[in-house]
Ligand binder design. Sequence first.
Ligand SMILES: C=CC1=C(C)c2cc3[nH]c(cc4nc(cc5[nH]c(cc1n2)c(C)c5CCC(=O)O)C(CCC(=O)O)=C4C)c(C)c3C=C
Ligand code: FE2
Ligand code: FE2
Length: 380
Amino acid sequence: MCRRIMQSPPARPTPARKTKVAVVLFNLGGPDSPEAVRPFLTNLFTDPAIFRLPTVLREPLGRLVAWRRTKAATENYAILGGRSPLLPLTEEQGSALQAALNEDEEAIEARCFVAMRYWHPLSDATARAVQDWDADEIVLLPLYPQFSTTTTGSSITAWAEACRKIRLERPTRTLCCWHSDDDMLKATALGLKRAYEQARAEVPEGTGLRILFSAHGLPETIVKQGDPYQWQVEQMMAGLVEAMGIEGLDFQLCYQSRVTPQKWLAPSTETALEKAAQDKVAVLVHPIAFVSEHSETLVELDVEYRELAHKLGVPGYHRAPTQNSDPAFIASLARLVQQVRGAGERRLCSFAGGRQCPKVHTGCPHTGVKPPRAAAKVPA
Ligand SMILES: C=CC1=C(C)c2cc3[nH]c(cc4nc(cc5[nH]c(cc1n2)c(C)c5CCC(=O)O)C(CCC(=O)O)=C4C)c(C)c3C=C
Ligand SMILES: [Fe+2]
Ligand SMILES: [Fe+2]
């Protein structure tokens, strides 16, 4: 009997397992229904990074302030169909970034996740999703170009707490701020220049056009405690003006969205509009602290400040769109993620345009300096 020798198929080289990189996009979050407005605001106003009071005072006061703001905020979100567009737009940015990262680098499998600070998906759920996916590494990417203890700092604290609870321990790198990254500045300046040229074409001959760089406001006390936000906003404005390369450009920095009676950064966007009316110049508003559309651009800038400008007699009101998923902007984020992955355990301030940020970042991880008060409370 002839015995056939069973031949095993030629061994195929097993493909090397790709490094699984979870990129976690931080943003503030917004209500997904009218009923969510109050709990969203309660999460925000009871965050110790926002209201720097002892817990016994912060909890009741935060709830009170949230309750008092609910009506106005609900009316604003009603203009947007009863919900914030921030989550779908952040998810779109995540999909675009994921595609860009996976296209650029064969050795990694990148997946983008979203962790919102005050409304779902919150850090707890996102950390579980990252753990379930079995990521090898984590990159934390705040969708705030400038570092503030109230935004990026608070999100980093919430993320650390969420990871601690489920013992998610992976090498983690953080892009703490990217206000002076050259590629991001070029991409943003390109969109702004386009909006400027369009506005220029609509402004009557002989009337000036001023860019109002409108940043989200911050209570002055927070800046005095060492928050680098204002300084980084100023740096980013200077970088954008330089990248636009328009000689004799008329521009001004101002601050919007004041929500508490304390003294906030000045001048306010209202004051800047009054000045534009006095100077008889049209304005182009660029939201410098936001990289996607939401209530503070679509309602505050597009409805409220537009109406105010009209009432004050500003001879023209235009608004530059935020970056959203603009391909050049997403490509700049992809490069930042690649850079920070190559940076060993370094944190990203060293990438702030290739220079170290000269200011102490209160609460920023790369300096090791802790936020001024107790660890942030993670919303339930
Ligand atoms: C004391 C209050 C607040 C501080 C400080 C603050 C800082 C801050 N916020 C952003 C970005 C966003 N804010 C958004 C909404 C929002 N912010 C506050 C209050 C403070 N923010 C409130 C009460 C709200 C809710 C809306 C409202 O009631 O007006 C949002 C999301 C908006 C959405 O539609 O989803 C963003 C984004 C920055 C960059 C910042 C400081 C640097
Ligand atoms: Fe805010
Ligand atoms: Fe930083």
